[in-house]
Design a protein around this ligand. Structure first.
Ligand SMILES: C[S@@+](CC[C@H](N)C(=O)[O-])C[C@H]1O[C@@H](n2cnc3c(N)ncnc32)[C@H](O)[C@@H]1O
Length: 192
């Protein structure tokens, strides 16, 4: 069900609005090195390229089928600017302080040890680099109805307070958010 949704035109329309909000909220320097974690079929990547024109865009997903889809979906984009990889958010294949921005659209709530995933994102960001995120809370994806339709880890899921506390512990400052405590959060966090 979730796979159907993330591959649908509804998700694409929502992601278009999310990217526009990111763009108007924070300027990204030209020539940035950018990672998208949990890139899915690549729809977000195309929007990142069109709106932020990064020098390099790394696309990572745990699911090899998603990476294959993303390769096909982005086959018309200049390949030297993009690198695809199958990998886990809990062990990002990047040096410390090496990236200008990390995008994550709805992947962190899938990660079993999500605190470690967030720690990894912080580790690879340069000082002043930004994490652009869309995330969901269990009140949305594990309620009476959705828990029958969607597949998510059940143990230790973050609610709004948990996520805000984890950001504070990692010295990631949320500079702007659109949040519903019962749905999820769209936000930009900067590494101090
Ligand atoms: C809900 S989908 C979102 C896909 C896409 N970002 C979007 O917004 O349409 C979550 C994605 O995160 C990936 N994912 C889940 N756990 C992951 C992990 N530990 N590391 C990297 N990617 C992961 C899944 O394979 C899936 O493609």
């Amino acid at each position: 069900m979730e796979r159907w949704f993330v591959n649908s035109p509804f998700r694409l329309a929502a992601q278009y609005l999310e990217i526009k909000w990111f763009k108007k909220t924070r300027t990204m320097k030209t020539g940035a090195d950018v990672l998208e974690v949990g890139c899915g079929r690549g729809a977000g990547a195309r929007l990142i390229i069109d709106n932020f024109k990064p020098a390099r865009l790394y696309l990572l997903d745990l699911d090899v089928l998603m990476i294959e889809k993303a390769r096909r979906y982005l086959s018309d984009v200049k390949a030297e600017n993009m690198l695809f990889g199958v990998g886990n958010a809990n062990s990002l294949p990047f040096e410390d302080d090496s990236l200008d921005a990390v995008f994550g659209f709805g992947f962190l709530h899938h990660v079993l040890d999500w605190r470690h995933g967030l720690h990894e994102i912080t580790r690879v960001l340069k000082k002043g680099g930004a994490y652009y995120l869309l995330e969901f809370y269990p009140e949305l994806y594990q309620n009476f109805i959705t828990k029958r339709l969607l597949v998510h880890p059940e143990y230790d899921r973050f609610k709004s307070r948990d996520l805000h506390d984890a950001f504070a512990d990692l010295k990631l400052t949320l500079i702007k958010t659109l949040e519903s405590k019962y749905l999820g959060i769209l936000g930009i966090a900067v590494k101090n």
